[in-house]
Design a protein around this ligand. Structure first.
Ligand SMILES: [Cu+2]
Length: 152
């Protein structure tokens, strides 16, 4: 019986692998177009975006933080009574090969308690936290975001 179990285990593992495995390591995250809109004078709330691509495994975006804001939320847009409204979401699942696009008019990042000194042309960090199956600590992605003027 014990021998049978030993033979069974590798078969199960093989069944769970994608058809072609580029790597048996951790998912690899890359990004482009990271930005934060410079807040409107007198306001400490603004939005931002990024494109994040994951390769080699599945992840779930579960949290975001930045040195220039006290809180960063993940928001989606939805039609409510014929009007587009934003609402906080827990995060997003990304399959290997997926690209998450966060931008104005759709899914986006929302920054609260934003540093009032933040101005167009500055750069600011955004840190993304991802859950990965079988990993205890979240996988992180450190992004350098461009601060854009309103209207850009
Ligand atoms: Cu929002």
């Amino acid at each position: 019986m014990r021998l049978a179990a030993l033979f069974l285990a590798p078969a199960l593992l093989a069944a769970c692998q994608p058809a072609s495995t580029a790597s048996d390591g951790e998912p690899v995250l890359s990004y482009t177009d990271a930005f934060i809109m410079a807040p409107i004078a007198g306001r400490d709330i603004t939005m931002g975006g990024i494109e994040i691509t994951v390769e080699g495994g599945d992840v779930r975006l579960t949290g975001v933080s930045s040195d220039v804001a006290t809180t960063v939320e993940t928001h989606s847009m939805a039609m409510v009574d014929d009007r587009m409204q934003m609402r906080p979401v827990d995060g997003w699942d990304l399959k290997a090969g997926d690209t998450l696009k966060l931008d104005r008019g759709g899914d986006h990042l929302m920054f609260f308690g934003v540093d009032e000194a933040l101005a167009a042309g500055d750069t600011a960090n955004i840190t993304f936290y991802f859950d990965v199956a079988g990993r205890e600590e979240p996988l992180t992605l450190e992004a350098e975001a461009e601060v854009r003027a309103q209207g850009e």
